[in-house]
Design a protein. Structure first.
Length: 337
């Protein structure tokens, strides 16, 4: 009888469950547009629990399998936070695959399914009390640690790395020579870009739309980046309106490039100056993940600044979830498979 593994990735707005066979082959995915955001709004996690249950039973029903064939369920991401379905404390950096595997805990949740769910913890930068003197050095991740695992496995050659994981919250993950995550920094530049695009005086200048990859323009992107670096995000953004009104060759697409560059300037400042990540950029490989145009924009800015020894990009295989694959690898290492 075939045995299966299910990985559960619980994020801010979505919950995904993926069914795998015993050879690490992805079989099917179930997704619900419910996440920890709903717990925060509702004041309870009942909708999130129901979403996980629906996904699990949906996978089994559509594949015609039963609980006796499910060998393990492995969960990661914000689902392990105080607004998830169970709280699993962060482990402290530096931490690698073995550390995550050892800290993985099995918890019975009969209201969701009849077998235990194995929860992978997140990582925090340090364990000391947070003060005004050290708060900038503190950061946390839940989900990015599992997303990092396959990328580290693919690119690590014995030298330090910084993984750049774009999203509504851009995450920068430092990795040392021993493949251990030594810390991270988080930026809300994605959320800022969304607000600038939709909820400010610039909405008309950018057509209330994000940049399409086909309209990418490196010159305008770097113009926005450099201006934001010199004058600050607020001034750079208003200057986008000036360009839209008075520069003859400007249009909505070019202003979208400009604003994207402006929004990313603070992230590069963070990489260069934050004490939250322990990495010497000049000796470090940067691996930029995600989709274009954001991935391409970050690469162009990093190459323009010449911060890192080298910059590479990572694109997962078609239909593959990097987070789910990382959870699978951690489960293998913990020997729960």
């Amino acid at each position: 009888m075939e045995n299966y593994i299910i990985t559960v990735d619980g994020g801010t707005t979505n919950t995904r469950c993926i069914l795998w066979d015993s050879n690490r082959k992805r079989i099917r995915e179930e997704k619900r547009e419910v996440g920890v955001r709903n717990t925060s709004i509702d004041g309870n996690n009942e909708r999130l629990k129901s979403a996980v249950r629906e996904c699990l039973y949906g996978l089994m029903e559509k594949e015609g399998i039963n609980w006796e064939q499910i060998h393990r369920i492995i969960a990661s991401g914000m689902i392990t936070s105080d607004v998830g379905i169970v709280v699993v404390p962060h482990i402290t950096a530096p931490a690698g695959v073995d550390d995550l595997a050892k800290a993985t805990v099995a918890i019975d949740m009969p209201e969701i399914c009849p077998i235990p769910i194995y929860f992978i913890p997140g990582i925090k930068n340090f364990s000391e009390e947070v003060t005004f003197e050290n708060f900038e050095m503190m950061d946390i991740m839940r989900g990015e640690e599992v997303e990092s695992v396959p990328i580290i496995e693919k690119f690590h050659t014995g030298n330090p790395m910084v993984l750049i994981l774009p999203g509504s919250h851009n995450k920068f993950v430092a990795v040392d020579e021993n493949k251990k995550i030594t810390g991270c920094i988080t930026s809300i530049s994605g959320e800022l870009l969304s607000s600038i695009t939709n909820d400010t005086i610039l909405a008309k200048s950018v057509g209330k739309s994000f940049l399409d990859p086909a309209d990418y323009d490196k010159e305008w992107l770097l113009e926005g980046y450099n201006n934001s670096k010199k004058t600050g995000l607020g001034r750079a953004c208003f200057s986008a309106r000036i360009l839209y009104l008075f520069k003859k060759d400007s249009d909505e697409k070019k202003i979208q490039n400009y604003v994207l560059g402006a929004a990313l300037a603070g992230d590069v400042t963070a990489i260069m100056n934050s004490k939250a990540i322990k990495a010497d950029p000049g000796k470090t490989l940067a691996v930029v993940c995600g989709k274009d145009p954001l991935k391409r924009a970050i690469v162009d800015i990093l190459e323009f600044e010449k911060i890192f020894a080298d910059v590479k990009t990572f694109t997962p295989e078609e239909g593959m979830s990097t987070s789910a694959l990382g959870a699978y690898i951690i489960a293998e290492r913990s020997k729960i498979l």
